[in-house]
Design a protein around this ligand. Structure first.
Ligand SMILES: CC(=O)SCCNC(=O)CCNC(=O)[C@H](O)C(C)(C)COP(=O)(O)OP(=O)(O)OC[C@H]1O[C@@H](n2cnc3c(N)ncnc32)[C@H](O)[C@@H]1OP(=O)(O)O
Ligand SMILES: O=CC(=O)O
Ligand SMILES: [Mg+2]
Length: 533
């Protein structure tokens, strides 16, 4: 049973509504809690207002409005300004590896040969209190230079010379951290992850000229970027860092944000180093934002490649916008991962990654993401061959014309019975793993995380709730198909040793609830959050 603990800070308590986890005593000190409580009291009300603004906009979009560039910020888009100079250690970011904040993976990622390692509290971490606090402890040890690990098989891990530069991705503004309450309210997950990391590591990283650096996910407007800027200015003052010391890269991974890229760069101009094409969440957001638009229903997931018009124009406009402002345009993640036991299938997967990276470097991206250490060399070879300079800030892409219609362009393609069943299986397996504490898993040799699984989940909902959506053979898509596929997948997976196998029944109930609900839930991670310890 959970024993609430209370620590007094000023007039109000901060309550840890969780059973103690081992890292708690080290990471959640009284001083760290005071720092978090202060962030909450200063910034949480604004966060809630911005989340309410998201909901209000969706009501207008559901009534037929389309996203567009903002008239009130035209002067920012037209103005001639640049972001602040980018630190020397970040000038060359050709390959960045990402991964959850697991101790062994942090060491492997730092040793991977990538220029940057993004330690992820978002898409690839299921935010159990233990995962979060262990992750903070692991990162603190990594920053202090003392991270080591010995596996149950006796293999020893330690960080080698010339490790990747660390960046941390806190959770998005929408996620609460229910284990820490301030004045009776759950904290924001963003403020919790950012605040704890900054409190323990900002001074050390700044003194070493290695940070602190952050990746900021899932924003939907420049006002949300301005909130991050205010949070960081305050944290810099409170921790004795100069203003602008905290640097950020922002993921453009929501449809509304693509219309505010200049404004986001501007709101963070003293600290932003680039934008990143978070393609998976972007596809999810396209579906979610345009859920009511029958002519913009996407084909099955496998047909939504980066070459389809709405994705091509988004990535190219991102490059043009960034380079005009002196900021890096980072590429994104190919979902393929190595297939150890099958050389031919492995070569086919690596060829897909290579093709994706080639498209990115030729388009003008300054670097890219990989999901696995074995892919670092694959991506690096492509960027080394086609990007002899540390970056491509000189590639201006003035040829790119991305107006609203191109950014929202409908996509051609089909929905097959197999594509529908694949979405059911992916959702079920991912949800089962997630509620069991694993935020990223391989499924059919593809990386699946909270962003990729959301595409499958949102597609199922839209195909079933949008009248007139049909399979490629002309038959109607109905709940009978969903029920049959879910029952079959549930039975099949319940008998395997997949991650989260013991939670398959619970995951099936959750998927059933999410898919049958009249309204599309904002995020599966919000709906499922209560099931995490
Ligand atoms: C949409 C987005 O947001 S993308 C960004 C978020 N997603 C991610 O970051 C995905 C990160 N990748 C992963 O989590 C993993 O690669 C998975 C889950 C896809 C596959 O993991 P596994 O099945 O364990 O891979 P595999 O067995 O091939 O791992 C081999 C070794 O590489 C390590 N490894 C795999 N991926 C990573 C990584 N991203 N970072 C560091 N080490 C890694 C494993 O720990 C293992 O180490 P070991 O040999 O010392 O034991
Ligand atoms: O975070 C990255 C994405 O593609 O989503
Ligand atoms: Mg994402």
């Amino acid at each position: 049973m959970s024993v609430p603990q209370t620590a007094m800070h000023g007039a109000s308590p901060v309550v840890l509504a969780s059973p103690a986890v081992p890292a708690q005593a080290v990471v959640l000190t009284a001083e760290a809690l005071a720092f978090l409580a202060d962030l909450h009291r200063r910034f949480d009300a604004r966060r809630r207002e911005l989340l309410a603004a998201r909901r209000a906009r969706q009501v207008r979009l559901d009534a037929g409005e389309l996203p567009d560039f903002l008239p009130e910020t035209k002067t920012v888009r037209d103005g001639d300004w640049k972001v602040a100079p980018i630190p020397a250690v970040l000038q060359d970011r050709r390959v960045e590896i990402t991964g959850p904040v697991d101790r062994k993976m942090i060491i492997n990622a730092l040793n991977s040969g990538a220029k940057v390692f993004m330690a992820d509290f978002e898409d690839s971490t299921a935010p159990t209190f233990a995962n979060l606090l262990d992750g903070q402890l692991n990162l603190r040890d990594a920053v202090a230079g003392g991270i080591e690990y010995t596996s149950p098989e006796g293999k020893h891990y330690a960080v080698k010379a010339d490790p990747a530069v660390l960046m941390v991705r806190p959770r998005g503004w929408h996620l609460p951290e229910r284990h820490v309450e301030v004045d009776g309210e759950p904290m924001s997950g963003s403020l919790f992850d950012f605040g704890l990391f900054a409190f323990h590591n900002a001074k050390v990283l700044h003194a070493a000229d290695r940070g602190p650096y952050f990746y900021l996910p899932k924003m939907e407007s420049h006002r949300e970027a301005a909130l991050w800027n205010a949070v960081m200015e305050h944290a810099e003052d409170a921790l004795g860092l100069p203003r602008g010391a905290m640097k950020v890269t922002v993921l453009i991974e929501t449809l509304p944000a693509v219309f505010e890229m200049d404004e986001i760069l501007h709101a963070l101009r003293s600290r932003i180093t680039g934008l990143n094409c978070g393609r998976w969440d972007y596809i999810f957001s396209y579906i979610k934002t345009l859920r009511a638009q029958r002519d913009r229903v996407l084909p099955e997931r496998g047909q939504v490649a980066m070459t389809v018009p709405f994705l091509k124009s988004y990535s190219e406009l991102l490059i043009r916008t960034c380079h005009r402002r002196g900021a890096f345009a980072m590429g994104g993640m190919a979902a393929q991962i190595p297939i150890g036991h099958d050389p031919a299938a492995n070569e086919a997967a690596l060829a897909k990654v290579r093709a994706d990276k080639l498209r990115e470097v030729k388009a003008g991206h300054d670097g890219t993401w990989v999901a696995h250490p074995a892919l670092v060399a694959v991506a690096r070879e492509v960027f080394d061959e086609h990007m002899p300079t540390p970056n491509q800030l000189h590639v201006m892409r003035k040829d790119v014309v991305a107006d609203r219609d191109t950014l929202l362009a409908p996509s051609a393609g089909t929905i097959t019975r197999a594509g529908f069943a694949a979405n059911v299986e992916i959702c079920l397996r991912y949800l089962a793993a997630w509620i069991d504490g694993q935020g990223c898993v391989p499924i059919h040799h593809l990386m699946e995380d909270a962003a990729t699984a959301e595409i499958s989940r949102a597609q199922l909902w839209q195909w079933l709730h949008q009248p007139g959506v049909r399979f490629d053979d002309g038959s109607a898509i109905g709940f009978d198909a969903f029920a049959a596929d879910l029952a079959q997948a549930r039975e099949r997976l319940g008998a395997t040793a997949m991650p989260g196998q013991s939670r398959v029944g619970e995951a099936a109930d959750l998927l059933d609830e999410l898919t049958r609900a009249d309204a599309l839930a904002d995020f599966l991670t919000l709906t499922a959050y209560g099931r995490l310890p």
